[in-house]
Design a protein around this ligand. Sequence first.
Ligand SMILES: Nc1ncnc2c1ncn2[C@@H]1O[C@H](COP(=O)(O)OP(=O)(O)O)[C@@H](O)[C@H]1O
Ligand SMILES: [Mg+2]
Length: 201
Amino acid sequence: MRSILVANPKGGSGKTTLATHLAGYLASLGRQVVLADLDRQQSAAGWLKRRPAQLPTIHSHQHKQASKPDWMVIDSPAGLHGDKLSAAVKLAELVIVPVQPSAFDMMATSDFLRVLREEKAVRKERSQVAMVGMRVDPRTKSAAELAEFLLAVEFPVLTYLRDAQLYVQCAHEGVSLFDLPPSRAARDAEQWQPILEWISV
Ligand SMILES: Nc1ncnc2c1ncn2[C@@H]1O[C@H](COP(=O)(O)OP(=O)(O)O)[C@@H](O)[C@H]1O
Ligand SMILES: [Mg+2]
């Protein structure tokens, strides 16, 4: 089984959005997917409950439902640190860190990355880490500031996802971009390509 952890200490940075979309994408390819929700707020679990029954199945618990999952996508809570962070990173072959173009988010992320790069699984390169810019409008000054911040980060920057109501709608409806007709989602799905290549399904 392959596994992806989505983590950032900041609330609202886009973890659940990324995690639910990764699960939706992998399920759309016919993979057996478990979406594990470590957050007490259970946003990803709630999304799964809203997911229309006719869409490709995503499991919420590994043992009960999917006997042999191909993938586990792990959504994590804000403020994940210490032993819980180490345990989550150890579980994950891939770690994706979303970051928004805001000074508060970049500061919190910078502290988090310092901790993350000291995790044994990361040091030993058993877990690969990559960054994703979230809710980025390339025309703004803050987008340039985010790009500058990410230049100094040693982990690869996969892509920038734009701020779009479609993500808010997807959250509401229990779907991902990859469940929608291409005519509705093409522009945003294109921005996902580098992430999909990086996870190399
Ligand atoms: N690219 C985006 N465009 C528009 N809204 C977004 C985007 N990414 C996330 N959101 C919205 O921002 C809010 C916080 O995102 P969420 O994924 O829940 O963050 P986290 O899980 O890190 O707290 C949610 O309401 C979500 O729908
Ligand atoms: Mg969340």
